[in-house]
Design a protein around this ligand. Structure first.
Ligand SMILES: [Zn+2]
Length: 307
């Protein structure tokens, strides 16, 4: 319970600090350039163990990680799930390691991160360690920061929205997003196609499954599908801002590309295109919602905070 409390306190403090930043900005101040409000969207990748040479001191931790990788029973997003494979790429990014998740080199890099973050540096992936990362990732999403007290920003004005090309929509779908976010998305997709053979070979990858959705649309869909429960979509989805993109990063056979089943999320987390995004999307101002490998938010412009 102690760490939960601690996480809540850290989250509150960090969130307050960020809200103050927003409030401190005069109303008519120029819109910040991308990244001005996001000092460092993700920790810079500083490989600590790029050689991936075995570190025998962490053999036991590596063995435990190999077991928990697909076996850990936990609920980092309040929904029970099994294994941490869906987060392995994000965890690797955070600790600066691209070594195999069950390697002693990975465990060694994790232990160094745990030590830096005043956690027990045993090199084991556990709920306590990932919770600290989850809180850090969460507060780097401006939408989460402005909505955490129950405030919901209005839907994007039509004047700031732009039509993506049908070749950018998943299976030719017509999608709208914020014009500035669309420009950033295009730069990111072009870079992926240059840098990643898989993205160059499959034009479906990184197409947009869903962009801007009006508040009315989401409310209606909830009503019809009766499946929103406590989901943000029922009340205040990030998609209303025009900054949120659901991107096609593959799907487990037989599953919808936005299926939140463990099987689909684990599959997606292992795709080269998702792993490329984890390592590179922040170059273009995009942040991932860790529970959904397909959901990315552009952070390059401020979102209106509560008046
Ligand atoms: Zn989404």
């Amino acid at each position: 319970m102690k760490w939960l409390l601690l996480a809540a306190v850290v989250f509150s403090l960090a969130t307050l600090a960020t809200r103050d930043l927003w409030r401190a900005r005069p109303e008519n101040a120029p819109v910040p350039r991308p990244f001005e409000i996001m000092a460092s969207p993700l920790a810079p990748l500083e490989p600590r163990s790029e050689s991936c040479a075995p570190d025998n001191a962490f053999d036991a931790a590596a063995r435990d990680n190999a077991t928990s990788y697909s076996g850990l029973a936990w609920a980092p997003f309040r929904v029970p799930e099994q294994g941490w494979d869906a987060y392995a790429a994000l965890i690797g990014r955070e600790i600066g390691s691209t070594c195999p998740p069950a390697s002693s080199a990975f465990a060694s890099a994790l232990a160094a991160w745990q030590k830096d973050n005043r956690l027990n540096p045993d090199g084991r992936v556990d709920a306590n360690t990932v919770e600290k990362m989850r809180v850090a990732w969460t507060i780097k999403r401006p939408f989460v920061v402005v909505t955490r007290d129950g405030y919901c920003p209005p839907g994007a004005e039509p004047s700031v929205l732009a039509d993506a090309q049908t070749s950018e929509g998943y299976r030719g779908k017509q999608v709208q997003v914020r014009a500035d976010a669309l420009a950033a998305y295009r730069r990111m997709r072009e870079a992926a196609q240059r840098e990643l053979p898989a993205a160059a070979a499959d034009g479906n990858l990184l197409t947009i499954i869903s962009g801007y959705r009006s508040p009315e649309h989401d409310a209606e869909r909830c009503q019809v599908e009766q499946n929103c429960g406590t989901a943000a979509r029922a009340n205040c989805s990030a998609h209303r801002t025009g900054f949120a993109f659901d991107l096609y990063v593959g799907n487990a056979p037989g599953f919808d590309p936005t299926s939140s089943t463990d099987i689909n999320r684990s599959f997606q987390a292992g795709t080269p295109v998702y792993q490329w995004l984890v390592l590179n999307a922040d170059r273009f101002g995009f942040m991932n919602y860790a529970y959904e490998p397909w959901h990315w938010e552009w952070t390059g412009a401020p979102i209106a905070a509560a008046p």
